[in-house]
Design a protein around this ligand. Structure first.
Ligand code: DX5
Ligand code: ZN
Length: 221
């Protein structure tokens, strides 16, 4: 895909005003809502679950919601998120005992499915499930917290993932998550990413539209 999707991570939004934050960031030009789910087990932090996803839908959010599961196990929460209005559901392969089954479960519920790879997790398992993924998400920080610095080794890994996608001939998004800023988004795109999660780089600025506009300008270069 030659089009780019910008997916603000609501992890860095003001949770006390979450509905307005999401409405505001979408009105500012974001494409997708990135929804980070942490369980204080797979990662050392605890965030939000299906009830909050459902509440955003009830608040009138119609944009795609990209649910990034940092939980283990994954299967028993997938159904709740599908019902709560998730559009994409991605999970970490090491968080499930049955990668193929979990991917099939997501798809059987009508959502787009994806695998998430931590900075030092190899892409090996993709070889066997390329036909069942709609998104490949590369973590460019260790999951658990917003506001960390982009790990540069991820650029080579992006090129590796891009080559796998091109070879498959399938329409698979290559998403990057962690430490994305207006400053590095251009080189991240050049390495093959086409979907960009950004939390602190957007929500920690006063004018979301101005920040997203700068990101788009960088992507257009
Ligand atoms: C980290 C989350 C990210 C995080 C990104 O575990 O998956 O989505 O919120 O935040 P920034 O953009 O601040 O690195
Ligand atoms: Zn995330």
């Amino acid at each position: 895909a030659s089009d780019f999707l910008i997916a603000p991570s609501i992890l860095s939004a003001d949770f006390a005003r979450l509905g307005d934050e999401v409405t505001n960031v979408l009105a500012s030009g974001a494409d997708v809502v990135h929804f980070d789910v942490m369980d204080n087990h797979y990662v050392p932090n605890l965030t939000i679950g299906p009830m909050v996803c459902k509440a955003l839908r009830k608040h009138g959010v119609t944009a795609p919601i990209d649910v990034h599961l940092m939980v283990s196990p994954v299967d028993r929460i997938i159904g709740d998120f599908a019902e709560a209005g998730a559009s994409y559901i991605t999970f970490h392969p090491e968080a499930t005992g049955h990668i193929d089954r979990s991917l099939q479960l997501v798809k059987s519920l009508g959502c787009k499915s994806g695998l998430v790879f931590n900075p030092a997790t190899p892409l090996d398992c993709l070889e066997y499930v390329m036909d069942k993924v709609d998104i490949i998400l590369l973590m460019s920080v260790n999951p658990g917290f917003g506001g960390q610095a982009f790990i540069p080794a991820t650029l080579d890994k992006l090129r590796q993932a891009r080559a796998l996608i091109d070879k498959s001939g399938r329409d698979i998004r290559l998403e990057i998550d962690g430490g994305v800023t207006p400053k590095n988004i251009g080189e991240i795109a050049a390495a093959g990413a086409d979907m960009f999660v950004a939390g602190s780089a957007i929500f920690n600025t006063p004018d979301y539209k101005a920040t997203i506009d700068v990101m788009r300008a960088e992507l257009a270069k």
